[in-house]
Design a protein around this ligand. Sequence first.
Ligand SMILES: C[S@@+](CC[C@H](N)C(=O)[O-])C[C@H]1O[C@@H](n2cnc3c(N)ncnc32)[C@H](O)[C@@H]1O
Length: 277
Amino acid sequence: MELLAVEKGKYFFDGTLGLGGHTKAILTRNREAFVYAVDKDELSIEKALKNLNKFKNRIKVIKANFKEIFNLSLPLKKIDGFIFDLGVSSFQLDNPDLGFSYSKDSPLDMRMDKSQQLTAEIVVNDYSFSELVRVFKDYGEFKRPEKLVKEILLARKRGRIKTSKELKEVIRTIYKRRRTMDPLARVFQAIRIEVNRELEGLGDFLYKLAFEVKEKSRIAVISFHSLEDRIVKRSFKRAAQDGFFKILTKKPIVPAESEIKQNPRSRSAKLRVGERL
Ligand SMILES: C[S@@+](CC[C@H](N)C(=O)[O-])C[C@H]1O[C@@H](n2cnc3c(N)ncnc32)[C@H](O)[C@@H]1O
């Protein structure tokens, strides 16, 4: 909130509304503030609207992908601060119907936006050998995922892999459990990123946004894994090198030990903030 300079601004944009935590923090901290907020997930929006009922005159919520911001007819040049809290929410991770988490047995879905066609089941069962290799290399940071992909293709011959438990069993035949960077977590992460096109166009989007917003407007991005953070870092750097953006966080802001204890999922979060010159 401090880095977004919430007290000084009036209009804000929350690109990842979720259950409304950040929007609420802005509206509570600045009683004059108005927040435009979007999320891809209808169910999260429904919940957020309930949580934010008290502030209903100071919010406008739209179901959309934040990358569509330029087509949403919002007063872009009026907005003082933008926040993006990337990835999935705890609410989504813990919802067994969505199949994000491998600790629960659920259908392989993983869509934030239920109106899209592509699901995790399609990725796992209908992607070719080379497409799956690409997904695990690019989004799961596996150096040589070929063995795993072969195993998945073999399992597919016996029938479609339909649940997170079935997929987990296939993965465990190749990779045993590890304490840190468990390959299981990386496989699920890779599929989730593919299904939701999470990294596609993110860097260009942030660069373009940094260019299009008004002077002194701030952009804050929280990422949750190194792939995402690298993209944010690079696009901010490119905007700064091109002379229209100032990076306010030389090093990314990370949670304190006490916050990690309270909320272990925050442990890999990195916040980067910049300002339009
Ligand atoms: C980490 S959560 C945000 C939590 C939120 N800050 C809160 O306080 O509850 C990310 C949210 O952003 C949404 N999301 C992720 N990528 C998105 C995108 N490209 N466009 C719109 N919403 C997105 C997800 O559906 C999810 O609800």
